[in-house]
Design a protein around this ligand. Structure first.
Ligand SMILES: [Zn+2]
Ligand SMILES: [Zn+2]
Length: 142
């Protein structure tokens, strides 16, 4: 993200063809600031205090995915997680995620070489939509 000001979030939403409602801005802002992908429940819990109900959160998440501002990932536990697609030109395809099988914590694996390798793999074996690493996070393995 070059610019984290809410006004630039508003612009991104408008440029994607959606109306920049306060709820959408809050949703996108939350996900842009989050270091990890968030579930619908987590986003709802966060925005509840701002008067955005669960159904609105759900609709907005899907709208933002459709508009190409968010990415949706299912990491083997049948729960959709959402994350902002960062505007650095190299993040249009999915990056790997690490999921701890003990506590369920999800981390983004921002490893450029690995991401580039996956992109090349996509050209030979088919479109890779999700790469998942599972194991025990540092907190759980000690
Ligand atoms: Zn863990
Ligand atoms: Zn991620």
């Amino acid at each position: 993200m070059k610019d984290r000001k809410p006004s630039s979030i508003k612009v991104s939403i408008r440029e994607s063809g959606l109306r920049a409602t306060p709820a959408r801005i809050a949703t996108l802002e939350l996900l842009m600031e989050s270091p990890t992908p968030l579930t619908h429940a987590e986003v709802s819990a966060e925005l509840d205090g701002r008067g955005v109900d669960k159904a609105t959160v759900f609709r907005n998440l899907n709208d933002l995915v459709g508009a190409g501002l968010l990415r949706r990932a299912e990491l083997g536990d049948h729960v959709w997680r959402f994350e902002a697609i960062k505007d650095d030109g190299h993040d249009s395809s999915s990056h790997p995620h690490f999921v701890c099988i003990d506590c369920g914590h999800v981390s983004c694996v921002d490893q450029k070489k690995l991401t580039a390798y996956i992109e090349r793999m996509s050209n030979t074996i088919g479109e890779v939509t999700e790469v998942l690493l599972r194991g025990h996070c540092n907190d759980c393995s000690t």
